[in-house]
Design a protein around this ligand. Structure first.
Ligand SMILES: Nc1ncnc2c1ncn2[C@@H]1O[C@H](COP(=O)(O)OP(=O)(O)OP(=O)(O)O)[C@@H](O)[C@H]1O
Ligand SMILES: [Mg+2]
Length: 275
C-alpha cells in the first residue's frame, strides 16, 4: 500500500529487552493491557467497510496470532494500532495511552509495525540508513545509534548487508531488514503482518527464535497456522471485520468446523495432537 513508508518515520519503541529465559515476561505486572481495542469500526474512503466493531485486549508479554481469510480486515486492524489509519468509530489504546493525533509520537515509540510488504518499509539508499531512520527520528545518535543498528541487523542475520542498497537484496532478505528497522526502535509491542511469508524454512525458524527471544508483546498476523501454533499460545480469528474467535491456539486449530467456516485450513498432513 503506497504511503505507508512515508509514515514509518514515527515508528518506535522503548523497551524490547531480552529475557534471559527466552520467554515473554509473564511475571511482569502492568495494570493496563498492552493493547486494548474497543468497538473499532472503519470504512475506507471508497465506502468499503473493513472493520465492523472489533474488541480485543492483549496483556503485556503475550504473543498472539491474528488469523483470518483474505480480506478479513487484518491489515486494516493493524494499521490502526499505530495510527496510520485512525478510527472511524471506537478506540485503540497502547499501554493505556489512547491512539490520537496528539499521542502519535509516543504511540509510535511503543508500537513497532512490520508491514506486510517489506518494500513499504525500506526506502533509504542503504540498509544502514533504513535501520537508522527510526532511532534517528527519536533523537538517538552516536554510539547508541550504532549499537542499535548493528544489534538489530545481527539479530536478523543481516549485518553483512549493512552497506548494501535494500533494493539489491532478495525478498526474504528485505523482509529480515524490515524486521530489523523495527527492532532498532526497541518497541514495547511488535506487530507483524504475515512475517513468515516468502521466507525459506531456515529463515522462518530463525525469525521464530528472534520473536521468542524478545521481551515484548507480539501480535502476529499470519496465514501460516503451524507458525501461529509454534509461537503464539493465543490466537484471534478476524473474519468479516469482527473477532469471530479468541482462545488458545491449539484449541482453535483443532476445531475443524471453526476453521472451515472462516476459510482457514491446516497444511496437508498437519494434524493437531491431543491437548
Ligand atoms: N485502500 C483501500 N481502499 C478500499 N478498500 C480497501 C483498501 N484496503 C483494503 N480494503 C478492503 O478492506 C477489506 C479488508 O482488507 P485487509 O487488507 O484489511 O484484509 P486482510 O485481512 O489483511 O487480507 P489479506 O489476508 O489478503 O492480507 C477488504 O475488503 C479490502 O478489499
Ligand atoms: Mg493483509
Amino acid at each position: 500500500m503506497s504511503g505507508q513508508s512515508v509514515d514509518r518515520g514515527g515508528l518506535g519503541g522503548v523497551s524490547g529487552r531480552l529475557d534471559d529465559r527466552g520467554e515473554p515476561g509473564e511475571g511482569a505486572v502492568q495494570e493496563e493491557p498492552s493493547l486494548q481495542v474497543s468497538r473499532l469500526a472503519y470504512a475506507y474512503p471508497d465506502g468499503t467497510q473493513a472493520l465492523y466493531g472489533v474488541d480485543l485486549s492483549i496483556a503485556r508479554g503475550e504473543r498472539v496470532a491474528l488469523l483470518g481469510p483474505n480480506g478479513a480486515g487484518k491489515t486494516t486492524l493493524v494499521m490502526h494500532l499505530n495510527g496510520i489509519l485512525t478510527a472511524g468509530h471506537g478506540s485503540v489504546s497502547v499501554a493505556g495511552l489512547p491512539v490520537r493525533a496528539n499521542t502519535l509520537k509516543e504511540i509510535r515509540r511503543r508500537v513497532g509495525l512490520v508491514f506486510q510488504d517489506p518494500d513499504d518499509q525500506l526506502f533509504m539508499p542503504t540498509v544502514r540508513d533504513d535501520v537508522a531512520f527510526g532511532p534517528v527520528n527519536l533523537g538517538v545518535r552516536g554510539e547508541e545509534l550504532e549499537r542499535r543498528i548493528k544489534d538489530a541487523l545481527d539479530r536478523v542475520g543481516m549485518l553483512e548487508a549493512i552497506d548494501r542498497p535494500p533494493h539489491h537484496l532478495s525478498y526474504g532478505q528485505r523482509r529480515r531488514v524490515a524486521v530489523a528497522t523495527v527492532l532498532a526502535m526497541e518497541p514495547e509491542i511488535l506487530v507483524l503482518d504475515e512475517p513468515s511469508s516468502n521466507l525459506d524454512p531456515a529463515s522462518r525458524r530463525e525469525l521464530a527464535e528472534i520473536l521468542r527471544s524478545l521481551d515484548v508483546t507480539v501480535l502476529m498476523v499470519t496465514h501460516d497456522l503451524p507458525y501461529a501454533l509454534e509461537l503464539c499460545p493465543r490466537s484471534l480469528i478476524l473474519s468479516g471485520g469482527v473477532i469471530a474467535a479468541d482462545g488458545p491456539t491449539r484449541e482453535l486449530l483443532a476445531d475443524t468446523e471453526l476453521l472451515a467456516s472462516h476459510r482457514l485450513e491446516l497444511p496437508y498432513g498437519f494434524a493437531i495432537s491431543g491437548p
